[in-house]
Design a protein around this ligand. Structure first.
Ligand code: SF4
Length: 181
Protein backbone atom coordinates (compact mmCIF):
# COMPACT_ATOMS: atom_id res chain seq x y z
CA UNK A 1 0.00 0.00 0.00
CA UNK A 2 1.42 3.37 -1.02
CA UNK A 3 -0.87 5.75 0.86
CA UNK A 4 -1.89 4.61 4.32
CA UNK A 5 -3.57 7.83 5.37
CA UNK A 6 -3.80 11.59 5.04
CA UNK A 7 -1.61 13.35 7.57
CA UNK A 8 -3.37 16.70 7.30
CA UNK A 9 -6.78 17.67 5.90
CA UNK A 10 -7.57 21.36 5.55
CA UNK A 11 -11.17 22.11 4.51
CA UNK A 12 -12.02 25.73 3.75
CA UNK A 13 -14.40 27.96 1.80
CA UNK A 14 -13.17 29.86 -1.29
CA UNK A 15 -11.35 33.03 -0.21
CA UNK A 16 -13.16 35.23 -2.73
CA UNK A 17 -16.51 34.58 -1.07
CA UNK A 18 -16.81 32.88 2.31
CA UNK A 19 -20.56 32.57 1.86
CA UNK A 20 -20.13 30.11 -1.04
CA UNK A 21 -21.91 26.82 -0.44
CA UNK A 22 -19.04 24.73 -1.79
CA UNK A 23 -15.85 23.87 0.05
CA UNK A 24 -12.26 23.26 -1.03
CA UNK A 25 -9.78 20.88 0.51
CA UNK A 26 -6.01 20.46 0.62
CA UNK A 27 -4.88 17.15 2.08
CA UNK A 28 -1.39 15.73 2.59
CA UNK A 29 -0.44 12.13 1.84
CA UNK A 30 1.72 10.18 4.28
CA UNK A 31 3.85 9.05 1.29
CA UNK A 32 5.28 10.38 -1.97
CA UNK A 33 2.76 9.42 -4.69
CA UNK A 34 4.83 10.63 -7.67
CA UNK A 35 5.64 7.04 -8.86
CA UNK A 36 1.95 6.33 -9.41
CA UNK A 37 0.96 9.60 -11.14
CA UNK A 38 1.79 8.55 -14.76
CA UNK A 39 -0.31 5.43 -14.21
CA UNK A 40 -3.20 7.41 -12.74
CA UNK A 41 -2.90 9.79 -15.69
CA UNK A 42 -3.41 6.80 -17.99
CA UNK A 43 -6.22 5.09 -16.09
CA UNK A 44 -8.26 8.12 -14.99
CA UNK A 45 -7.91 10.14 -18.20
CA UNK A 46 -5.89 13.01 -16.74
CA UNK A 47 -6.68 16.50 -17.93
CA UNK A 48 -3.11 17.80 -17.54
CA UNK A 49 0.11 16.12 -16.52
CA UNK A 50 3.39 17.90 -15.81
CA UNK A 51 6.07 15.23 -15.61
CA UNK A 52 8.73 17.69 -14.44
CA UNK A 53 6.89 18.73 -11.29
CA UNK A 54 4.95 15.45 -11.02
CA UNK A 55 1.59 17.20 -11.01
CA UNK A 56 -1.56 15.55 -12.31
CA UNK A 57 -4.83 17.42 -12.78
CA UNK A 58 -8.14 15.62 -13.14
CA UNK A 59 -11.55 17.06 -13.90
CA UNK A 60 -14.73 15.44 -12.72
CA UNK A 61 -18.24 16.90 -12.65
CA UNK A 62 -16.80 20.41 -12.93
CA UNK A 63 -14.39 19.88 -10.03
CA UNK A 64 -10.65 20.20 -10.33
CA UNK A 65 -8.42 17.67 -8.58
CA UNK A 66 -4.73 18.58 -8.50
CA UNK A 67 -2.46 15.83 -7.24
CA UNK A 68 1.12 16.66 -6.30
CA UNK A 69 3.72 14.25 -4.87
CA UNK A 70 2.75 14.96 -1.27
CA UNK A 71 -0.69 16.52 -1.43
CA UNK A 72 -3.98 16.89 -3.25
CA UNK A 73 -6.15 19.99 -3.73
CA UNK A 74 -9.81 19.67 -4.73
CA UNK A 75 -12.26 22.51 -5.30
CA UNK A 76 -16.03 22.83 -5.51
CA UNK A 77 -17.05 20.03 -3.15
CA UNK A 78 -20.53 20.07 -1.64
CA UNK A 79 -19.75 19.54 2.01
CA UNK A 80 -17.47 17.71 4.44
CA UNK A 81 -19.15 14.37 3.70
CA UNK A 82 -18.25 14.71 0.06
CA UNK A 83 -14.69 15.70 1.01
CA UNK A 84 -14.29 12.47 2.99
CA UNK A 85 -15.85 10.40 0.22
CA UNK A 86 -13.60 11.86 -2.49
CA UNK A 87 -10.46 11.55 -0.37
CA UNK A 88 -11.27 7.90 0.35
CA UNK A 89 -11.88 7.32 -3.37
CA UNK A 90 -8.54 8.90 -4.27
CA UNK A 91 -6.63 6.88 -1.69
CA UNK A 92 -8.23 3.70 -3.07
CA UNK A 93 -7.42 4.65 -6.68
CA UNK A 94 -3.80 5.45 -5.82
CA UNK A 95 -3.27 2.21 -3.95
CA UNK A 96 -5.04 -0.01 -6.50
CA UNK A 97 -3.24 1.61 -9.41
CA UNK A 98 0.08 1.29 -7.59
CA UNK A 99 -0.53 -2.43 -7.05
CA UNK A 100 -1.43 -2.88 -10.72
CA UNK A 101 1.33 -0.70 -12.18
CA UNK A 102 3.27 -3.60 -13.75
CA UNK A 103 0.22 -4.36 -15.90
CA UNK A 104 -0.45 -0.75 -16.90
CA UNK A 105 1.08 1.54 -19.48
CA UNK A 106 2.03 4.90 -17.96
CA UNK A 107 1.12 8.16 -19.74
CA UNK A 108 3.44 11.17 -19.48
CA UNK A 109 1.54 13.72 -21.52
CA UNK A 110 -1.53 15.91 -21.08
CA UNK A 111 -4.65 15.32 -23.13
CA UNK A 112 -4.50 17.24 -26.44
CA UNK A 113 -6.32 20.55 -26.35
CA UNK A 114 -8.31 21.30 -29.47
CA UNK A 115 -8.99 24.70 -30.90
CA UNK A 116 -12.48 25.90 -29.85
CA UNK A 117 -13.09 27.59 -33.21
CA UNK A 118 -12.27 24.34 -35.02
CA UNK A 119 -14.85 22.56 -32.86
CA UNK A 120 -17.42 25.31 -33.46
CA UNK A 121 -17.36 24.54 -37.19
CA UNK A 122 -19.08 21.22 -36.45
CA UNK A 123 -21.90 22.81 -34.44
CA UNK A 124 -25.14 24.38 -35.80
CA UNK A 125 -24.14 27.82 -34.38
CA UNK A 126 -27.76 28.72 -33.60
CA UNK A 127 -27.17 29.26 -29.86
CA UNK A 128 -30.45 27.42 -29.24
CA UNK A 129 -29.42 26.43 -25.67
CA UNK A 130 -30.90 22.94 -25.96
CA UNK A 131 -27.60 21.61 -24.61
CA UNK A 132 -27.96 23.77 -21.50
CA UNK A 133 -25.09 26.08 -22.49
CA UNK A 134 -25.69 29.77 -23.26
CA UNK A 135 -23.97 29.61 -26.67
CA UNK A 136 -22.47 27.15 -29.12
CA UNK A 137 -19.09 28.70 -28.32
CA UNK A 138 -19.50 27.87 -24.62
CA UNK A 139 -20.48 24.34 -25.60
CA UNK A 140 -17.41 24.08 -27.86
CA UNK A 141 -15.15 25.09 -24.95
CA UNK A 142 -16.64 22.30 -22.85
CA UNK A 143 -16.09 19.84 -25.68
CA UNK A 144 -12.46 20.95 -25.87
CA UNK A 145 -12.12 20.23 -22.16
CA UNK A 146 -13.68 16.79 -22.57
CA UNK A 147 -16.74 17.68 -20.49
CA UNK A 148 -19.28 17.50 -23.33
CA UNK A 149 -19.39 15.44 -26.53
CA UNK A 150 -21.20 15.24 -29.89
CA UNK A 151 -24.11 13.38 -28.30
CA UNK A 152 -24.88 16.43 -26.12
CA UNK A 153 -25.99 18.70 -28.98
CA UNK A 154 -29.56 17.54 -29.83
CA UNK A 155 -30.02 19.52 -33.10
CA UNK A 156 -27.14 17.68 -34.83
CA UNK A 157 -28.31 15.04 -37.30
CA UNK A 158 -26.92 11.53 -36.98
CA UNK A 159 -24.64 12.19 -39.95
CA UNK A 160 -23.37 15.50 -38.56
CA UNK A 161 -22.79 13.88 -35.18
CA UNK A 162 -20.77 11.08 -36.77
CA UNK A 163 -18.64 13.57 -38.76
CA UNK A 164 -18.05 15.61 -35.61
CA UNK A 165 -17.13 12.50 -33.61
CA UNK A 166 -14.72 11.37 -36.34
CA UNK A 167 -13.00 14.77 -36.26
CA UNK A 168 -12.62 14.60 -32.49
CA UNK A 169 -11.34 11.07 -32.57
CA UNK A 170 -8.77 11.90 -35.27
CA UNK A 171 -7.54 14.76 -33.05
CA UNK A 172 -6.86 12.43 -30.12
CA UNK A 173 -9.80 13.82 -28.12
CA UNK A 174 -11.35 11.71 -25.39
CA UNK A 175 -14.28 12.48 -23.13
CA UNK A 176 -13.48 12.92 -19.48
CA UNK A 177 -15.26 10.63 -17.12
CA UNK A 178 -18.07 12.86 -15.90
CA UNK A 179 -18.19 11.26 -12.50
CA UNK A 180 -14.94 9.71 -11.31
CA UNK A 181 -16.08 8.95 -7.79
S1 SF4 B 1 -27.58 22.51 -28.49
FE1 SF4 B 1 -26.02 22.60 -30.11
S2 SF4 B 1 -26.78 24.23 -31.45
FE2 SF4 B 1 -27.84 24.46 -29.52
S3 SF4 B 1 -26.59 25.91 -28.32
FE3 SF4 B 1 -25.94 23.86 -27.76
S4 SF4 B 1 -24.22 23.47 -29.14
FE4 SF4 B 1 -25.35 25.16 -30.02
Amino acid sequence: MLVENYTDINIFRPECNHSFDSVNVIASFNADVSPVLPYLNATLGGYAFDAESSTLTLKSSGKLVTIRPRSVAINGLKDEDEVQRVLAWLQREINETYEQRDNLKPAYTSRPLLNVIAILKYLPKTNCRECGEPTCLAFAAKVRDGERGPEDCPPLTAEQRATFAAFLQASGWTALDADLW
